[in-house]
Design a binder for this molecule. Structure first.
Ligand SMILES: Nc1nc2c(ncn2[C@@H]2O[C@H](COP(=O)(O)OP(=O)(O)OP(=O)(O)O)[C@@H](O)[C@H]2O)c(=O)[nH]1
Ligand SMILES: [Mg+2]
Length: 320
C-alpha cells in the first residue's frame, strides 16, 4: 500500500480547461496487472497512464519488480501494479520476481490477466490460470495484441479462457496502437471502490528517479544485446549529482555474470556501450526534462543473480 498521504479530489468546480468533474464521492483502488512474460503488460500500463512508467522490450522477463503506475481521471484514481511476468523460476532472482508478481495480486482490489492473444493458451498461461483458480481478487481478462490478427479469431480463445476461470469482464485491446484501451481505462475508473485517493493527483508512478535511470539503461541493454546478456545484466545507479546549471550527472554500474558478457556489452572499441549510453541519455533527458550526463561502468560479477544485495537494490525482497 502507498505511504503517500491520501488526497481527495478537488471541489466540484469545473476544471478551467476541462469538463466538470462527475458528481459523487472519490474512488480509488489497486488493479494488479498479471500475465505471462511478454504478454504486453508494461506496454498496456504505459498506454493506460499515457506515460512511460515501465520499460518494454521484446525479450521475456523485462519487468523485474513491482511498479505502481497511477491513473487519475475524474473522481477516480486507479493504482495499476505492473508485475514481472510469471514463469517457472530457477535463480534466486527469478524466484523473487515471481514472488513480486503474486504479491502484486494479493493487495489488489482486482486483477487484470493480460494475454498475448496471438500466442493463445500457452503452458505458462495455463500455470497462471491454475493458480488464480485457487483464489484471486475479481478478475478481468484483457486479450492483447489484437493488431496482429483478425479479431474474429478471438472468440474461441475468449470462450476457452472463460471456461478455465470466471472473468467479470473481457476486453480486446492493442496496447501498441491504443485500440480498445480508452474503454478499458474508463471501466477501470468506474470499477474502483469508494475511498480517498492513494497518491497525489499529479503522481504518475512510485518509481524513484534513481531507479528509473537504471531501468532506462537496462531497457537499452535488452534492446541492443541478445541471447544470454540481457538476462544476466543488472543496473544500479551509484551516484546522482545535481549540477548548478540545472543538469544532472548520473553514474550507473552494470553488472554481468561473465567476462564474455562484459566484452559483448562493451563491443568493438566500446561501440556497443556508447550506443546504449547515448540512447539511454536521450530518453532520460526527455523523461527528467533536463540535460543528463550519463556515465556507465561495466563490471563482471559472477553470481550476482544469487546475491541478496543485488536483489535488494532492485527492490526485491529476499525470500529465504
Ligand atoms: N504488435 C503488438 N505488440 C505488442 C503489443 N503490446 C506489447 N507488444 C510488444 O510485446 C513485447 C513485450 O511487451 P512488454 O510490455 O515488455 O511485455 P510484458 O508483459 O511487460 O513482459 P515482461 O515484463 O517481460 O513480463 C514488446 O516488444 C512490445 O512492443 C500489442 O498490442 N501489439
Ligand atoms: Mg513488463
Amino acid at each position: 500500500m502507498a505511504d503517500e498521504p491520501a488526497e481527495t479530489p478537488p471541489e466540484d468546480a469545473p476544471h478551467e480547461d476541462g469538463p466538470a468533474l462527475p458528481d459523487g464521492p472519490p474512488r480509488a483502488g489497486i488493479a494488479a496487472v498479471l500475465g505471462a512474460p511478454n504478454a504486453g503488460k508494461s506496454t498496456l500500463v504505459n498506454r493506460l497512464t499515457g506515460a512511460k512508467v515501465s520499460i518494454v522490450s521484446n525479450k521475456p522477463q523485462t519487468t523485474r519488480f513491482r511498479i505502481r503506475a497511477i491513473i487519475t481521471e475524474g473522481r477516480s484514481q486507479v493504482v495499476l501494479t505492473d508485475t514481472p511476468g510469471i514463469f517457472a523460476p530457477k535463480r534466486r532472482l527469478d524466484r523473487a520476481m515471481v514472488a513480486a508478481a503474486w504479491g502484486g495480486a494479493q493487495d489488489a482490489d482486482m486483477a487484470m490477466l493480460v494475454v498475448d492473444a496471438r500466442a493463445g493458451v500457452t503452458d505458462p498461461l495455463r500455470a497462471i490460470v491454475k493458480k488464480l483458480a485457487k483464489g484471486a481478487p475479481p478478475l478481468w481478462l484483457v486479450l492483447n495484441k489484437t493488431d496482429l490478427f483478425d479479431t474474429k479469431r478471438l472468440l474461441p480463445l475468449t470462450a476457452e479462457l472463460n471456461e478455465m476461470l470466471s472473468f467479470q469482464e473481457t476486453f480486446m485491446v492493442s496496447a501498441e496502437t491504443g485500440d480498445g484501451v480508452d474503454r478499458l481505462r474508463t471501466q477501470l475508473c468506474e470499477a474502483m471502490p469508494q475511498g480517498p485517493w492513494l497518491f497525489p493527483e499529479d503522481e504518475l508512478s512510485d518509481v524513484p528517479d534513481r531507479m528509473l535511470a537504471a531501468e532506462i539503461v537496462r531497457e537499452q541493454i535488452l534492446r541492443q544485446t541478445h541471447e544470454e546478456v540481457p538476462h544476466h545484466a543488472t543496473v544500479e545507479t551509484e551516484s546522482w549529482q545535481e549540477r548548478k546549471d540545472g543538469s544532472v550527472r548520473i553514474d550507473c554500474t552494470i553488472y554481468v555474470g561473465r567476462a564474455s558478457q562484459k566484452a559483448i556489452l562493451i563491443g568493438d572499441k566500446g561501440s556497443r556501450i556508447r550506443e546504449i549510453g547515448q540512447r539511454a541519455r536521450t530518453e532520460l533527458t526527455k523523461l527528467l526534462e533536463r540535460p543528463v550526463h550519463l556515465f556507465l561502468n561495466v563490471k563482471d560479477r559472477p553470481g550476482w543473480d544469487e546475491e541478496r544485495g543485488r536483489l535488494r537494490a532492485l527492490g526485491l525482497e529476499d525470500l529465504e
